[in-house]
Unconditional design. Structure first.
Length: 261
């Protein structure tokens, strides 16, 4: 009796090869799925590209049809125009008008070809700050001197007057020529044509010791304000009243720019 002996080594090799083949088969299936998905995506892209190109082509054809219809309309009207009895001058004018309309339409149509339908324009939002020079007068060693101050130029004329007046008061306070007043609540003004009415508090003259000092203080305001284009003369009021004088100087009249004091 013949007895078959199982070759364990050969069987084991077959099982290993089978497992390897099975793994390779799974990889092949996975690779095929990936390639199928990739082909499907490329097919979608090609379809979209085809639709887009078809739409563009259709739009161009529509434009050509519109141009063709417009040309036929213009030529038809010209033909009708000349079918009637007209004199030579009118015919020439008609030809010129027809050519002008046709060429103008074709020109502007050509400009629009290939341009994006929506154009975004970048606006320059940089704001230019305009400067102005102010001249502030103040007493110094028995005479009036001026100082140039550069500030941002206000838009309104009234704001220019206010800025000039406040700079003048600030300078006088820094030099201890006037007491520490609040110019926003104690100093007022209004303009009538080219005359500026300046209402000052009486205490602004409290540091004055003689007529010369008072006159220099008065003209520090007058010369500073009349340096503006809109002001030719200044009328000084004290506490809202038209007075003859504060201590020494006559305040009844109107003051104009004065160089030598």
């Amino acid at each position: 009796m013949i007895k078959f002996v199982k070759n364990d080594k050969e069987t084991e090799e077959k099982e290993v090869n089978l497992r390897i083949f099975s793994g390779q088969d799974e990889n092949i299936k996975l690779y095929d799925e990936v390639m199928d998905n990739k082909k499907a995506e490329e097919s979608k892209k090609e379809n979209l590209k085809y639709k887009f190109e078809k739409k563009e082509k259709q739009e161009k054809n529509n434009k050509k049809e519109v141009v063709k219809e417009y040309v036929e309309l213009v030529l038809g009207n010209i033909k009708k125009f000349f079918s009637k009895e007209k004199n030579g001058t009118i015919k020439i004018v008609g030809i010129l008008w027809g050519i002008t309309l046709l060429s103008g339409y074709l020109y502007f149509n050509s400009l629009n070809e290939g341009l994006p339908k929506t154009v975004f324009e970048r606006k320059d939002i940089t704001k230019v700050v305009e400067k102005q020079k102010l001249y502030v007068f103040y007493p110094d060693n028995g005479q009036l001197v001026s100082e140039e101050i550069e500030t941002v130029k206000p838009i309104m004329e009234n704001d220019i007057i206010k800025e000039t007046l406040y700079k003048n008061i600030e300078k006088l306070k820094n030099l201890k020529l006037i007491p520490n007043i609040n110019e926003k609540t104690e100093v007022f003004y209004y303009r009538v044509d080219s005359t500026l009415y300046l209402d000052l508090p009486e205490k602004i003259f409290s540091n004055v010791k003689n007529p010369k000092e008072e006159l220099l203080l008065i003209y520090s305001f007058v010369n500073t304000l009349t340096n503006l284009d809109s002001v030719e003369e200044v009328k000084i009021l004290i506490n809202g009243i038209d007075v003859d004088k504060v201590k020494y100087s006559n305040l009844k009249g109107k003051f104009k720019y004065r160089k030598d004091i």
